[in-house]
Write a protein that binds this ligand. Sequence first.
Ligand code: NAD
Ligand code: DAU
Length: 331
Amino acid sequence: MRLLVTGGAGFIGSNFVHYVLSHTEHTVTVLDKLSYAGNLASLDGLDPARFRFVLGDIQDASLIATLTPDHDAIVHYAAESHNDNSLSDPRPFLESNIIGTYTLLEAARASGIRFHHISTDEVYGDLDLDDPARFTENTPYNPSSPYSSTKASSDLLVRAWTRSFGVRATISNCSNNYGPYQHVEKFIPRQITNVLRGERPRLYGTGENVRDWIHADDHSSAVLTILERGVVGETYLIGADGEKNNRSVIELILTQLGHPADAYDLVADRPGHDLRYAIDSAKLRTSLGWVPRFADFETGLADTIAWYRNNEAWWAPHKDAAEARYRTQGQ
Ligand code: NAD
Ligand code: DAU
């Protein structure tokens, strides 16, 4: 397949591009506007015979119309992705996540190209800590933040364009990813790089919030599985049974880096902070035979810590700006 990957210079998109080029024969074009979160260095070293980069915005319909004829599928990762930023300035989230997705769907409709939409478990809202339930494909939408409500909106657009216009689309909703190339504004890289710089990790609220962690490579293998064997019109949840509360993740980072487990600070909580996410990925596992490879979070975290230790040149230029933003929020 010839894949057009939007947002391929971001965290999960770049991991997907590396995964596809090393595990398949597919070719990849990345379309990315290189926002503050995009980084061309995340795409260094790729085979130019199978990879090219196009600088542009997913809201640019005429640019996208020049790209669709040479591709078999759009894999749509591009988005504003950070909840905290969506609380301070929602507009870019509406533009990229809603209008951007609409623009790509219109291109898919006009060209007949296959479309895979990358979404999040946050569209389902949150669960209580002691709730035995996990999210499934049938859980009602109930997003909490400006970010998650724009992602929910984009999912609904994909469903409408599939039903009304016959766009050949699939959707996946994944839980929290970790791994290399994640921006230092996000939880795990922020804490790892704080400790590497001699600063204390920052835990929102009391740290009891639970996230369901999955390694970015497992997200990539799941998306590839859906792209190659998924049923058009279907939604698949992606998760690897990785529930952990934030406090325990910070304690693991500290101990893996040789510091006392309690050497962190409690800071102001995120307004509207979702309590717990948990994914039931039985449909993907049963109907398409997908299995995650990174069963052991502690080993995956150790690999991720090693990556940030060895790639300071990749993250250091962005660290001060991210921390300056957090300081204005008391975090
Ligand atoms: P990211 O912020 O690291 O990367 C987003 C990329 O999209 C950047 O390279 C940015 O330049 C690009 N982009 C943003 N707006 C654009 C536009 N208008 N036109 C072109 N390019 C644009 O995000 P991420 O964490 O890699 O997330 C990627 C996708 O995966 C998003 O759709 C997100 O909702 C979804 N997702 C993320 C997670 C997670 O844990 N990070 C989990 C589930 C789903
Ligand atoms: O669930 C999937 C979602 O996961 C994706 O859709 C989002 O794009 C992605 O950013 C992520 O959202 P979260 O809000 O869960 O991720 P974040 O890394 O911002 O925060 C993870 C948890 O850690 C959350 O409970 C807030 C908390 N936190 C975060 C930061 C940055 C802290 O306690 N301290 C921090 O410094």
